[in-house]
Design a protein around this ligand. Structure first.
Ligand SMILES: [Zn+2]
Ligand SMILES: [Zn+2]
Length: 487
């Protein structure tokens, strides 16, 4: 009798321990099914489809909420919907306060036709009421209305600063690009130190694959005797080759810039500044976007370039875009939050009326060795993911920089209007997008590792994000001015 009771005691103890541990773990979010981007598909978006989710502002539009697994209506049940405009823009729509109104579902769909006022998020809470009066929530659904200029554009997620083992990164170029798609990126550029050729190599590798990821050329530029880091995104030729093939010409051209400088602030190195002007000009001349990389990076105790030089580069605005948030491996590198300094700088420059185009990038040196890859990126609002459209979007301040620290909500930085809209996208549109990209990226990584037969599977996946977006954006929307909408 003795040993079984001991056993049952241990069993009970074990069960209590496991239940306790799992409760603790779920409380900590350890079992939250997050994507590599750190985003998570909203539960209601699993059970229902909401078409469209993005509608034109100040127009009457029909939104359909379609149940995919559960039948509506049910016998002896009634339904009601409570509407709330998040930003409380409600002058033309006559909305006063949230109150439930009856709604009748048909063939598993709830149809809502209404005037979506101004640019804001709209919330619809649907409840089911049984004959005995007991109510339960069917789901809460989100829609966003946009003014015409933004409505006609699409969000494109991109990381345009990262490294492979062609410089000091961990993985092969093809691995890095495939892993980027796996994390939900729409466009990328590999930017190895002093190595433009690596970016061309990876474009060539995936050239014949049927994939929707756009891959562009790039490099991180380090001109001789100038410690400033530049990212060349998309230029037709490498800047590294330029100074390597003819360093005398580089020095002569920098000297010519120095000669024309005149008086510059104390503490600014004339050669370093002139060489920076040279680098940005050369990138621009070749059709690229010149990015001022991590101005407040502090590899040891000192900033990697002088504050006087950073100040003067800002003051003279010689760059095309600022690296506003950079991915950093917080665990072993930084004692100072570099991104916080970059943000403070950006806010100050903007408050003085300066226009500062921004990007967010991972600066990853290993997709598998830290959690910053796929979590630090740029969202461009552009008519397409072609290079010219993306560069134009960034230059015209139609981009935001994203950082998603592990275990935290993603944060967007940039113009307020775009940040507000991006918050909606990060919750209700992009998680499904990221999930669609995952499989394509997984197969690209496989292809880079030599498995060429994945081409057949990739063919089947191509175009799925476009089909998804065609449903998310209202397609019957006529742009106001040509529209009879309104009240
Ligand atoms: Zn760098
Ligand atoms: Zn870098």
């Amino acid at each position: 009798m003795k040993w079984p009771s001991k056993l049952s005691f241990s069993l009970v103890f074990f069960v209590i321990l496991m239940v306790g541990l799992s409760l603790f773990a779920s409380g900590q979010g350890l079992f939250t099914p997050a994507l590599p981007s750190g985003l998570k598909v909203n539960t209601a978006d699993r059970y229902f489809e909401v078409w469209p989710k993005i509608v034109p502002a100040d127009v009457e539009t029909t939104v359909r909420i379609i149940s995919r697994y559960e039948t509506f209506p049910k016998a002896d049940c009634t339904y009601r919907v409570t509407y709330t405009p998040v930003g409380r823009y409600a002058v033309k729509s006559g909305w006063v306060k949230a109150s439930a109104e009856p709604i009748i579902p048909q063939n598993n769909a709830f149809e809502i036709r209404r005037f979506f006022e101004s640019e804001q998020e709209h919330i619809f809470r649907i409840e089911e009421v049984k004959a005995d009066g007991k109510a339960r929530e069917v789901g809460t659904f989100h829609v966003y209305s946009l003014k015409p200029d933004l409505f006609v554009l699409r969000p494109y997620k991109g990381d345009i600063h990262m490294h492979s083992y062609r410089s000091d990164g961990r993985e092969a170029p093809g691995y890095v690009i495939g892993a980027g798609r796996r994390a939900g990126l729409d466009f990328m550029a590999l930017t190895d130190h002093r190595n433009y050729a690596a970016s061309l190599e990876v474009i060539e590798l995936f050239k014949s694959l049927p994939v929707d990821l756009k891959i562009f050329p790039g490099e991180e530029v380090h001109p001789p005797d100038n410690p400033v880091h530049f990212v060349n995104f998309g230029a037709k030729e490498g800047i590294t080759e330029l100074y390597k093939s003819d360093e005398t010409a580089y020095r002569r051209e920098v000297q010519a810039i120095m000669d024309k400088l005149g008086k510059i602030p104390e503490g600014v190195d004339r050669f370093q500044y002139a060489s920076s002007v040279w680098a940005f000009e050369k990138i621009r001349e070749r059709g690229g976007l010149g990015i001022f990389a991590h101005p407040y990076w502090r590899p040891g105790n000192a900033n990697y370039i002088s504050y006087a030089l950073v100040d003067y580069i800002f003051e003279t605005g010689i760059f095309d875009a600022l690296e506003l948030v950079s991915g950093f491996d917080w665990s072993d590198l930084q004692e100072v939050d570099v991104n916080n300094l970059q943000l403070a700088r950006y806010i100050e420059a903007r408050s003085k009326g300066q226009k500062i185009p921004v990007v967010g990038i991972s600066d990853s040196h290993g997709c598998e060795v830290s959690d910053m890859f796929g979590r630090y990126y740029t969202i461009c609002f552009a008519p397409s993911a072609e290079l010219a459209d993306l560069i134009k979007a960034i230059k015209e301040a139609r981009s935001v920089a994203i950082e998603t620290p592990a275990g935290k909500l993603p944060r967007a930085f940039g113009p307020h209007r775009l940040v507000a809209y991006t918050h909606f996208l990060l919750r209700y549109v992009l998680p499904v997008h990221d999930e669609m990209c995952f499989e394509e990226g997984r197969l690209m990584v496989d292809y880079a590792g030599g498995r060429s037969e994945v081409v057949e599977e990739l063919k089947l996946l191509q175009g799925q994000v476009k089909k998804y977006y065609d449903r998310v954006w209202a397609n019957d929307a006529k742009i106001p001015g040509t529209v009879k909408g309104g009240k």
